[in-house]
Design a protein around this ligand. Structure first.
Ligand code: BTN
Length: 253
């Protein structure tokens, strides 16, 4: 497959690599050598040391799923606004998955869930220059055709498991990137309200009673009532409204 036809800049440079450690690492190394064009996509057939959020790893069966990174230069964003980019990217992937799996949700901060199971994880690594974001490496792991997952993964799923169909990986990559570009352009056009609103409308467990866990293991029940400007999850519980970053709370149910 050549490069994408329905995008303005995402995937106009498309690097397909057979095997590598991590597409995010590959993007970091490209950025350290020269200035790849904005929208460069690096996609791996096999990713052997995939990185997840908060130091976790991302496991994926070679040739079955999408593991890719996109390079953006969102210099128009100041550091404290960076969560809007997470929201936009998550919504972009969600927009694609939703038309295949109607029961999809965005799970804070930026996973996609289908029928209470994780189908996609996103790892965005920003570098700053002064108060502004200089580069953003948007890494996406989307489970597409994988049917068996290691026991160690808590609740994985894939497009194949949800629909019974096999998907063409190149086509999925192109379509997901189209959706991501549309959402990125909304951020660039300063359309934050729309993104924040749609993120909340599609947020997993929003306004529902759910069980959460503090890092020490203590659990509590509460209700997600919003997301702060800096991307903290706001939960109403016995003690009132408390806000959390991703290291400070875990969903249980
Ligand atoms: C998470 O859910 O913890 C985020 C997982 C992100 C995985 C993707 S796969 C492509 C890109 N390269 C990486 O090393 N990680 C991201």
């Amino acid at each position: 497959m050549s490069t994408f036809t329905n995008t303005l800049f995402v995937g106009k440079v498309l690097l397909r690599i057979n095997k590598l450690d991590s597409t995010n690492n590959y993007a970091t190394s490209l950025l350290s050598k020269n200035k790849p064009s904005e929208g460069t996509v690096i996609s791996a057939w096999a990713q052997e040391q995939g990185k997840g959020q908060i130091g976790r790893t991302w496991l994926t069966e070679p040739g079955k799923n999408l593991t890719f990174s996109i390079i953006f230069y969102p210099r128009f964003l100041i550091a404290k606004e960076q969560f809007i980019l997470n929201q936009a990217i998550a919504l972009g992937v969600f927009d694609y998955i939703k038309q295949i799996c109607p029961n999809s949700k965005v799970k804070w901060p930026n996973d996609i869930y289908v029928n209470d199971k994780k189908i996609c994880g996103i790892l965005i690594q920003n570098s700053l220059s002064g108060a502004h974001i200089q580069t953003a490496i948007v890494g996406i792991g989307l489970n597409v055709n994988q049917q068996n997952f290691p026991e160690s993964l808590p609740n994985p799923t894939s497009l194949r498991l949800e629909t019974g169909q096999t998907f063409d990986l190149d086509q999925v990559l192109e379509n997901v990137c189209e959706r991501i570009e549309t959402r990125y352009l909304q951020v660039r056009a300063n359309n934050y309200t729309l993104i924040q609103q749609e993120y909340l409308e599609n947020l997993y467990r929003f306004q529902e009673e759910a069980l959460f866990e503090y890092p020490g293991g203590a659990t509590f029940s509460g209700r997600i009532v919003g997301i702060s400007e800096t991307g903290r999850l706001m939960i109403d519980h016995q003690k009132g409204t408390e806000s959390f970053d991703v290291r400070e709370v875990r969903f249980i149910l």
